[in-house]
Design a protein around this ligand. Structure first.
Ligand code: HEM
Ligand code: HEM
Length: 223
């Protein structure tokens, strides 16, 4: 990208694909929820496939994407995370460029629970005869269990989203760290100049998304 990703103590922390991925999550979660309440199961399945596609994209982007998107960049060991948590209590924690060590673990948890939700949906069925495309791959009992899990896991997801939002309010209110603005604009204000971070080219994201979407389509269509 030709854009200057660092100017006047600002650093480009979240690339466009990651930001679009993020804001699609509340949107699709809302569609999934409303559609199931309205018994609009075709819409429910479509939003679930979109969610699955985005999640698989995000996992791969965590390996080949921009610096801050990479798991290797933000997943820190337990000692480092505990040290960060202690510093947080003493109010000495520094602002992070990208996810902080606690946030990194939360991201992994959210992605795992979201992925489980989308995957179990593929095997779920309801009384009206709507069934995910892979429901035929498992026994009736296993299908029942996976459907129960799909319902239970959604409550877990809502709980995690609640914690996620509370953490964002905490950082804004008590740590003077506005995390939302960077997730909207890509840029974070930092007190000192910071070296620009590696930004993966946009074409790479578009190509990856196309490959992942084709894979999900093939799975659903030919299962
Ligand atoms: C409701 C569904 C939501 C889900 C499932 C969700 C999930 C996630 C995930 C998975 C990430 C990690 C991003 C990544 O590295 O891929 C993230 C980060 C983030 N989310 Fe959400 N999110 C939701 C809603 C929101 C809302 C409504 C806001 C703002 C008001 C928000 C603000 C943020 C911010 C600021 C970050 C970056 C945190 C950081 O700087 O480390 N999220 N979210
Ligand atoms: C991450 C995406 C998804 C979310 C957030 C989600 C959410 C939900 C929720 C909240 C329910 C109602 C559970 C209850 O009975 O209390 C449900 C049911 C269901 N979902 Fe999903 N779902 C997702 C993906 C999928 C996918 C991909 C499929 C299949 C293609 C699917 C198929 C079903 C079916 C068949 C039911 C009805 C099961 C029943 O009646 O209990 N879901 N989903």
């Amino acid at each position: 990208m030709a854009e200057n990703h660092q100017a006047n103590g600002r650093v480009y922390v979240w690339d466009l694909p990651l930001r679009l991925f993020h804001w699609a999550l509340p949107l699709l979660l809302g569609v999934s929820w409303i559609s199931v309440e309205l018994q609009a199961m075709t819409l429910h399945e479509l939003s679930g496939y979109a969610m699955l596609t985005l999640l698989l994209f995000r996992l791969a982007w965590g390996v080949i994407g921009s610096r801050t998107a990479r798991f290797a960049y933000f997943v820190r060991g337990v000692p480092h995370t505990l040290e960060y948590a202690r510093a947080l209590r003493s109010k000495a924690a520094v602002k992070h460029i990208g996810h902080n060590p606690l946030g990194g673990w939360m991201v992994l948890l959210l992605l795992t629970v979201l992925l489980l939700q989308a995957l179990t949906g593929l095997f779920a069925h309801d009384v009206s005869g709507t069934a995910g495309p892979l429901a035929g791959w498992v026994s009736y009992d296993a299908g029942e269990w996976l459907t129960g899990f799909h319902a239970w896991n959604f409550d877990v997801l809502l709980g995690l989203v609640g914690i996620h939002l509370a953490a964002i309010v905490y950082y804004a209110r008590f740590r003077a760290d506005n995390l939302v603005k960077p997730m909207l604009t890509g840029y974070k204000d930092v007190p000192h100049a910071h070296e620009p971070l590696h930004v993966a080219p946009l074409w790479q994201a578009v190509l990856l998304l196309a490959v992942v979407a084709a894979t999900v389509y093939a799975l659903v269509r030919f299962a």
